[in-house]
Design a protein around this ligand. Structure first.
Ligand code: NAI
Length: 415
């Protein structure tokens, strides 16, 4: 038997509607697409299963999917990023929601199972757990699945591993890899929202602190740049020699974690890897350091090791657990080591998610209208470009157009 929804409290809906309305105001690209396509109903009759961070911006995407004709079923992609008020508002708007803030890992997987009982034909995944569950537990759904879209770097890594093993059973579009997504969401979105979350959670100053950023990819670059902008001394830890050099030439110090762990005041991991900050590093740290993770899974700041090296854990503030070492040093973990910007903040700025979710929306429509063989696909260039054009249009900005002579010049080699 399938449930209509499982959420914390439907009475929270009015607050959820207020939050969604605020976000909607600042999502012009999503609004433009919705306006253009709502009469056509391109997703009519399609069941979409979306596992995403269930907060106000995501709610706007889900509502547009429904406006365009889809039946929308959703589960939260992270226990601490689910906002119960938003879930309640979505239920009132006719969306099937399975999530609550603080759900246990068993509840999390049970909620994914509830979502899959609705036989989704298009999957919107964030981190790869839904696709992985379909392969492991619900192969019966595969013949009916048109395909899906993946939101984040970690999910793409897992999809690539599935392709390499020959087990990915349907087409997936790598939304994360579109320019309209990672150039803005991973870089500027993570860059701003990570600091927003750290500042509001700790009430501490950033200027003058030594901030250690592990991972100098798209997210790490944004996080480091914003820290520097606020006066922090940034240290980058990398495994990739090119990225390490890039960080150096961008003006940051480069150290390995062994050395950085001795001097850092704030640690932020954003690698998509596991055990990036672990036992031997915790043992080196100064009293009062902040430990934050912005990578997709809660395995980067390795919490079991943190528990091992400490003699006591205290809840110091909302979203801060303090681990006390035998000699009295206090290491403060934000948001349980989960994506700090979502667990201890509101996630990316609204305008950023307008771009990312508009990309998800166009990709979902692309999947529903195109027959593709199983595999991992890039977002078609014209869709990617279309998002940037719509954003510029919404800002009233004009850019240069190539003249026919310039087009010819760039395609020639003689002069
Ligand atoms: P990316 O692939 O551009 O960068 C990751 C970097 O980490 C690479 O340069 C890699 O060399 C480095 N790295 C890997 N292992 C390392 C280690 N042990 N120590 C130091 N550096 C290491 O990936 P991107 O797009 O920056 O994403 C990183 C993570 O953040 C992923 O898990 C992704 O899913 C997640 N993400 C989080 C967001 C948020 O809102 N917090 C938003 C978007 C992505």
């Amino acid at each position: 038997m399938k449930n209509e929804f499982i959420i914390a409290d439907i009475n929270l809906a009015p607050e959820g509607h207020r939050r969604i309305e605020w976000a909607w105001q600042y999502m012009p690209v999503l609004r433009l697409i919705a306006e253009k396509d709502s009469l056509r109903q391109p997703l009519s009759g399609v069941v979409i299963g979306a596992c995403l961070h269930l907060e106000a911006k995501t709610a706007c995407l889900l509502k547009v999917l429904r406006m365009l004709g889809a039946t929308v079923v959703t589960a939260g992609s992270n226990p601490l990023s689910t906002q119960d008020a938003v879930c309640a508002a979505l239920v009132e708007d006719g969306i099937h929601v399975f999530s609550r803030r603080g759900m246990t890992s068993t509840e999390y997987t049970d909620n994914l199972r509830e979502m899959l009982k609705w036989d989704p034909q298009i999957i919107i995944d964030d981190g790869g757990d839904v696709v992985s569950m379909i392969i492991n537990e619900r192969r019966d759904l595969i013949p009916n699945i048109m395909g899906g879209c993946e939101e984040t770097t970690t999910g793409i890594m897992r999809l690539r591993a599935m392709v390499a093993e020959g087990v990915l059973p349907f087409p997936m579009v790598a939304v994360n890899d579109a320019q309209s997504k990672h150039l803005f969401d991973n870089r500027y979105g993570t860059g701003q929202s990570v600091w927003d979350a750290i500042m509001r959670t700790t009430n501490l100053i950033v200027a003058g602190k030594r901030v250690v950023v592990a991972g100098y990819g798209w997210c790490g670059k944004g996080t480091a740049r914003r820290a520097a902008g606020m006066g922090a001394k940034v240290i980058v830890v990398e495994v990739d020699p090119h990225k390490a050099l890039e960080a150096l030439m961008d003006g940051f110090d480069v150290l390995n974690m062994e050395e950085a762990s001795k001097v850092g005041d704030v640690f932020i991991s954003v690698t998509g890897n596991t055990k990036v900050i672990r036992k031997e590093h915790f043992q080196n740290m100064k009293d009062g350091v902040l430990l934050c993770n912005a990578g997709h899974f809660d395995v980067e700041v390795y919490v079991p090791d943190l528990a091992d090296v400490s003699v006591e854990t205290v809840k110091s503030r909302e979203n801060i657990d303090t681990y006390v070492l035998a000699d009295g040093r206090r290491l403060h973990l934000l948001g349980e080591g989960r994506l700090v910007n979502l667990a201890a903040g509101d996630g990316h700025p609204v305008e950023i998610m307008d771009l990312s979710f508009a990309m998800q929306l166009l990709s979902a429509m692309y999947i529903s209208s195109t027959k593709l063989a199983p595999g991992l696909y890039n977002v078609p260039d014209e869709l990617d470009k279309n998002i940037a054009e719509l954003k510029l249009e919404s800002l009233g900005l004009k850019i240069e157009k190539l003249t026919p002579e310039q087009i010819r010049y760039m395609a020639s080699w003689r002069d």
